[in-house]
Design a protein around this ligand. Structure first.
Ligand code: R5P
Length: 268
């Protein structure tokens, strides 16, 4: 049941955050408001003159909006954004955020992005919105990667939500690749489904590829995710998968009772 939200309740960090006002009078926040709170907190890490990785999805959208707002107000200056998708690129352009790419800026100071799952070691599942490849390239090139989630994204282990584990593959003979993927994960009761778009056709990523969503019946538990990752990446036809292992520096989790910040290598 929803409880009253205390915006000053923050663990693992001592600075209260600039909390957007809840839309409801009861002071209980919607999931979207929680996402916005996590996003605002992440933008506190942004300083003028930074090269920023701009994430994709309903949570990252709030961070991009906030960066645009602070630029407009003159509270941030000389920011260069590197968008992780065409959609984010459009949003950033509409906010007049100056943009670049990894060719011109191979080192990114800070990336801020959402995630579909976060495990206790800060490993992530990403890509349920289809943007995992550019996200992994840009966030992997970042000195700091701040992940923003509402508390529903926290899982005991990767694939804990039993939703899709996305893999980007080339369209050429996709059924062959999907079957190879299924076989790699067979021990976990894997069903590998091609992702479909709104009209029932194959969903096409910004890179012109397809996504296979792997659904696992059995828990991967504390299995060595690196081994699974390597096996998937070794398959010809696979471009990248949505497990982001050991990449997040910080995870900001907005929940009913407040904001929690988890840093890599910290036990809290
Ligand atoms: O491909 C999509 C991205 O990995 C998103 O960051 C992820 O799916 C989380 O999206 P949202 O913030 O909308 O839940």
């Amino acid at each position: 049941m929803a409880r009253a939200y205390d915006p000053l309740f923050i663990t693992s960090d001592n600075s209260p955050i600039d909390v957007p006002s809840p839309s409801s009078s009861s002071m209980t926040l919607t999931k979207d408001e929680l996402k916005r709170i996590a996003a605002y907190k992440a933008v506190d890490f942004v300083k003028s003159n930074m090269v920023l990785g701009l994430g994709t999805g309903s949570t990252a959208k709030h961070a991009v909006d906030r960066i645009g707002e602070l630029l407009r107000q003159g509270k941030l200056e000389n920011i260069v954004g590197i968008p992780t998708s065409k959609k984010t690129q459009e949003q950033a352009l509409s906010l007049n955020i100056p943009l670049s790419d990894l060719d011109a800026h191979p080192v990114v100071d800070l990336s801020i992005d959402g995630a579909d799952e976060v495990d206790p070691r800060l490993n992530l599942v990403k890509g349920r919105g289809g943007s995992l490849l550019r996200e992994k390239m840009i966030e992997g090139a970042s000195k700091k990667f701040v992940v923003i989630v509402d508390e529903s994204k926290m899982v005991k282990h990767i694939d804990g939500s039993k939703m899709a584990l996305p893999v980007e593959i080339v369209p050429f003979c996709w059924k062959f690749t999907a079957e190879r993927l299924r076989r790699v994960m067979e021990g976990y009761g894997c069903e590998a489904r091609i992702r479909l778009g709104e009209k029932g056709e194959a969903f096409v990523t910004d890179n012109g590829n397809y996504i296979v969503d792997m659904y696992l019946e059995k828990d991967m538990g504390d299995l060595n995710l690196r081994v699974v990752s390597d096996e998937i990446l070794r398959l010809p036809g696979v471009v990248e998968h949505g497990m982001f292992l050991d990449m997040a520096s910080t995870v900001i989790i907005a929940g009913e009772l407040g904001v929690k910040i988890k840093n890599k290598h910290s036990s809290c």
